[in-house]
Design a protein around this ligand. Structure first.
Ligand code: FAD
Ligand code: MLT
Ligand code: ZN
Length: 461
């Protein structure tokens, strides 16, 4: 009988089955360097039919598949389990969607576009922009994160408070389910109440139910005017209060982000940037408004009514000055990665609990990992704090458990936007009841009865 590699080569062509160690290695470790393990190889199908044939081949051979897009995920869901983790059976094959880069022309009547799973976010943004439209989700990994990965993780990013997360941008999805059946809802219908919404079931499923091959995406009118303000404030509570006032007084608030002086110092040091304001503040609130007319004036007027003085504020209206202010926020992820392998904990609470969460996290990390470096930032408008801890060994999850339990004790979630992956599998029971996890397992069994897709991600293998 032909080997697995021969069978896969028949399907996708020999050039797209990688087995040499140095070719396979980059696919085996995640962006943070914390997660990863050995794989049998990498296969790169180019169409839905090829994805189906690869899946069928793997099912016949009993080879698990790990689905991977841009490999920017932060919870280890797109890479194999570590060699030390319990891995019954053989090492998985990594199915990379990077060749599924078809992007159809933008539909300027329906304000939609169909993108292959491997199309990057930046490519969708560029195509939408060229047609006078925009895409509702944006995040710093835009150059590598793929539409398939973003649908699979229900990615959030910086505009959730105005446009929602990835779920709200998905009109329909095409996917090959774990058992080989194909779901194809790329017709662009905005209203279609004919039964279960299988497209939405794929959103946030983290590669455990099906392999997404394409998505039909909603687009928005572009905002010709944009203004960014960076405010230095005394505390998280003050940032939350300022945001509430701005929400009342401005139209078109499309981002509200928070970071702290230690994170800003790290970014400035690592990227050789001057500080954004002449005075240092404990906390920074970055807001952006976007719209058609008078956007900057309205933001400046609102800040005036709030009594914000010029020493504690920087305004960016020209694209280059707005981008300069955004860099202080967006470069946090890279700056933290330069310190070592981070424990990345992406938690959420109700916005009115954010200040309490921030203080409690500081106390908790000081208690369980006194030597560690803690850097936090987040999407303040969504009650979402990114807690990054550098110092504890990658395999020691004491600090992870402490922070996740804390978020839950304050009525929050263990995953605001990055997903569960392999990183938070053991803590899923903190936020999903026995009945809910059992229902999730039933759905998994119904769509992927052989358990071939992403075993050990989101649900136990
Ligand atoms: P991968 O990392 O390749 O995979 C992620 C998960 O999706 C895995 O479980 C994988 O199996 C599954 N998957 C991938 N493709 C498919 C497919 N075609 N079908 C089925 N399953 C699939 N995330 C946010 O939510 N908000 C942010 O603001 C944000 N900012 C980021 C900034 C930086 C600098 C970085 C490095 C990451 C950031 N992320 C953010 C995390 C990451 O970019 C998102 O999770 C993104 O959606 C992952 O896309 P990807 O193509 O890289 O997926
Ligand atoms: C962010 O908002 O910066 C991202 O979610 C990435 C991260 O948490 O590092
Ligand atoms: Zn984020």
């Amino acid at each position: 009988m032909a080997s697995l590699v021969d069978q896969l080569s028949e399907v996708v062509g020999g050039a797209h089955v990688l087995t040499e160690a140095d070719m396979v290695a980059p696919y085996c470790r995640d962006w943070t360097g914390r997660w990863g393990g050995p794989a049998a190889g990498v296969v790169r199908p180019a169409s839905t039919a090829e994805v189906g044939a690869v899946l069928e081949t793997c099912r016949r051979n009993g080879t698990p598949i790990v689905v991977q897009g841009g490999n920017t995920g932060l919870v280890g869901g797109g890479v194999p389990a570590s060699a030390t983790a319990e891995r019954p059976g053989r090492p998985p094959l990594i199915l990379s969607t990077t060749r599924m880069r078809g992007l159809e022309p933008v539909d300027t009547t329906c304000w939609q576009v169909t993108a292959g799973a491997g199309v990057t976010l930046a490519a969708v943004q560029e195509a939408a922009g060229a047609s006078g439209l925009a895409f509702g989700v944006d995040l710093a990994a835009r150059g590598s994160a793929t539409i398939g990965g973003m649908v699979a993780t229900n990615a959030g990013g910086i505009h959730v408070l105005r446009y929602g997360a990835m779920r709200q941008q998905v009109v329909g999805v095409e996917a090959v389910l774990g058992d080989g059946r194909v779901v194809s809802r790329l017709d662009g219908l905005l209203k279609d109440n004919s039964g279960y919404d299988l497209s939405q079931l794929m959103v946030g499923s983290e590669g455990t139910l099906g392999i997404i091959t394409a998505a039909r995406l909603r687009l928005l009118p572009a905002s010709p005017e944009r203004a960014v303000a960076l405010l230095g404030v005394a505390s998280t509570a003050e940032a939350v209060r300022a945001l509430a006032e701005l929400r009342e007084m401005t139209e078109g608030l499309d981002a509200a982000e928070i970071f702290y002086q230690d994170g800003l110092d790290l970014v400035c040091r690592h990227f050789h940037l001057p500080p954004p304001l002449n005075t240092a503040f404990p906390v920074y609130l970055l807001v952006e408004c976007a719209g058609r007319v008078r956007v900057a004036d309205a933001l400046v007027d609102a800040l005036g009514v709030m009594g914000v003085d010029e020493h504690s504020t920087a305004i960016g209206v020209e694209p280059s000055s707005a981008a300069r202010l955004w860099a202080y926020r967006e470069l946090h992820t890279d700056a933290v990665a330069s310190l070592g392998v981070p424990h990345k904990l992406d938690v959420s609470v109700r916005v009115d609990m954010l200040a309490e969460l921030e203080q409690a996290v500081r106390r908790s990390v000081r208690r369980v990992a006194p030597e560690a470096t803690l850097v936090m930032w987040g999407h303040v408008g969504d009650g979402n704090l990114h807690v990054n801890v550098i110092g504890p060994p990658a395999g020691d999850d004491t600090v992870d458990v402490a922070v996740l339990e804390l978020a839950v004790s304050l009525g929050g979630s263990i995953s605001a936007e990055h997903g569960i992956g392999r990183a938070k599998l053991a803590q899923l029971a903190l936020v999903r009841s026995d009945d809910e996890r059992s229902a999730m397992r039933s759905i998994k069994r119904a769509l992927d009865p052989a358990g071939v897709l992403n075993p050990g991600v989101l649900l136990p293998a």
